[in-house]
Design a protein around this ligand. Structure first.
Ligand code: NAD
Length: 474
């Protein structure tokens, strides 16, 4: 059922050392596959293959590149259920979340198939009138793409599609927890006619030395990373040694502000999406709920009712709307955050304790949370709501901005007040009376320590393009 090998230079390979590692289903801790481990030599071989494939791919007419990407979209559309099942098996999320991801992921192929033929330049007379200024946009070159486990398909396609549209060749390094989804995406690309070497897949274990070997290679021009801020900082330092252009989609600590006068039913349904989408394992997940004192009781009550209705269990059972976290380690991380919050005075309104077997953590609501406490300064990455009341909108804005992160925020309330508040939040994205923002046609990314650069929208392809200025005689 699963492709379990590396993909280098158009071939599926088991890796030069022959080593494999187990891929675990987090719902029941069973081994579902053994994936090939990439040695440093395999990682470098993948970069060399990408480098060899680069001239021809760059010279491939944009329309042809576009049509390959479009075929990837179509194959993923035909096979959405197959992809959703692979995602559930290795990531643990509920089937409904996996299917939503499968649909979101393929849209990056469609969007960037459309962008591939619209790369523009600039041609004009210099202000002094002594020369022509020509600006061309060219693919930056061989790109290393590193992705996390929480959206194993979408985070890969969000990078691969713009890179290939721009004329770059790539090596994808997915999270070790979720290599099967990545291998599926590469398999789709092979079937869609992507030439050998244009897209390669390596899974070094541990990740560090293999990635370093790739970044040291002189052909590498781009690092595009999605993952935690901590690992992002390390990679930025490593990329600095070779002055490699870096795009970073990092962690978040999203505030969800409920203003006085907010419509409670609309706000609760928004809170359910902002918190519970993907089981809370999303960089966009609301982490801290700042609710006006006039609404906090009713909001808490209605949210507890909604969260209490969620059925938790193995993701493949269609009636379960909350699946497992990606691993028992991740479950224990969420549990440790909750335990520490309780020690610091939080009250448990719902849930609070992990499952004994499998990587499950139930929908949880914590009240009596102090702004600035441990759980409000760390990314929870699980189905845990922390509630903090406020009196003045000014203080809600201050608390929302009091973080090193700035990926996304949510504001619910009367439209004008919510818009005014949104404009004062320090984040790359804000949802105003709207909890689902991710859209391949919009630019996704953070400010502060949540990232550098944007993915999707019109900016996504620019991360993989470089401007060249050609000055010429009149
Ligand atoms: P992570 O940072 O632990 O790992 C991300 C990737 O980096 C994985 O492929 C991992 O194998 C690799 N990696 C880890 N250590 C490395 C090293 N020393 N050198 C090279 N590569 C290394 O993140 P995760 O736990 O997989 O994912 C969760 C994090 O991702 C959260 O912080 C979340 O907010 C973030 N995220 C951000 C976005 C966004 O768009 N901003 C989207 C999804 C997830």
């Amino acid at each position: 059922m699963f492709q379990q090998d590396l993909h280098i230079d158009g071939e599926w390979r088991s890796g030069s050392t022959g080593r494999r590692y187990p891929v675990i289903d987090p719902a029941d801790s069973t081994e579902i596959a053994t994936f090939a481990v990439a040695s440093e030599a395999d990682c470098v071989a993948a970069i060399r293959a990408a480098d060899r494939a680069l001239p021809e791919w760059t010279a491939t007419p944009p329309r042809d590149r576009s049509e390959i990407l479009r075929r990837c979209f179509e194959i993923m559309q035909e096979e959405e259920e197959r992809l959703a099942e692979i995602i559930v098996r290795e990531n643990g999320k509920a089937y409904v979340d996996a299917l939503t991801e499968a649909r979101y992921a393929r849209e990056f192929f469609r969007w960037f198939a459309e962008e591939a033929v619209r790369i523009r330049g600039d041609f004009r007379l210099s202000p002094s009138g002594d020369k022509r200024i020509t600006i061309v946009q060219q693919g930056i070159g061989v790109s290393v793409l590193i992705t996390p486990w929480n959206f194993p398909a979408a985070m890969a396609t969000r990078k691969i599609a713009p890179a290939l549209a721009a004329g770059c060749t790539v090596v994808l390094k997915p999270a070790s927890e979720t290599p099967l989804t990545a291998a599926y995406v590469i398999d789709v690309m092979v079937r869609a006619g992507t030439p050998p070497g244009v897209v390669n897949l390596v899974v070094p274990q541990p990740a560090g030395p293999g990635v370093q070997a790739m970044l040291r290679h002189p052909s590498v021009r781009k690092l595009s990373f999605t993952g935690s801020t901590e690992v992002g900082r390390t990679l930025l330092k490593e990329a600095a040694d070779y002055v490699i252009s870096s795009s970073m989609e990092l962690g978040g600590n999203a505030p969800f502000i409920v203003l006085p006068g907010a419509d409670i039913a609309e706000t609760v349904s928004g809170a359910m999406v902002a918190k519970m989408r993907n089981g809370g394992s999303a960089c966009t997940a609301a982490n801290r709920f700042y609710v006006h004192v006039s609404l906090i009781e009713e909001f808490t009550e209605r949210l507890a009712e909604e969260m209490g209705r969620i059925t938790m269990g193995p993701g493949l059972t269609p009636t379960n709307s909350l699946g497992a976290l990606v691993s028992v380690k991740e479950r224990d991380k969420v549990a440790a955050l909750v335990d520490r919050a309780i020690e610091e005075g939080a009250h448990v309104r719902l849930g609070g304790s992990p499952s004994e077997s499998g990587a499950f953590f139930p929908p949880t609501i914590l009240t009596n949370i102090r702004h600035g406490s441990h759980i409000t300064t760390n990314e929870i990455f699980g189905p845990v709501v922390t509630l903090i009341p406020f009196d003045e909108v000014e203080s809600a804005i201050e608390m929302a901005n009091d973080t090193i992160y700035g990926l996304i925020a949510y504001v619910y309330g009367p439209h004008n007040e919510a818009m005014t508040t949104a404009l004062r939040i320090e984040s790359g994205m804000v949802g105003v009376n709207r909890a689902l923002l991710s859209d391949p046609a919009a630019s996704f990314g953070g400010v502060k320590q949540s990232g550098l650069g944007r993915e999707g929208g019109f900016g996504g392809i620019k991360e993989f393009l470089e401007e060249k200025y050609v000055g010429s005689a009149l």
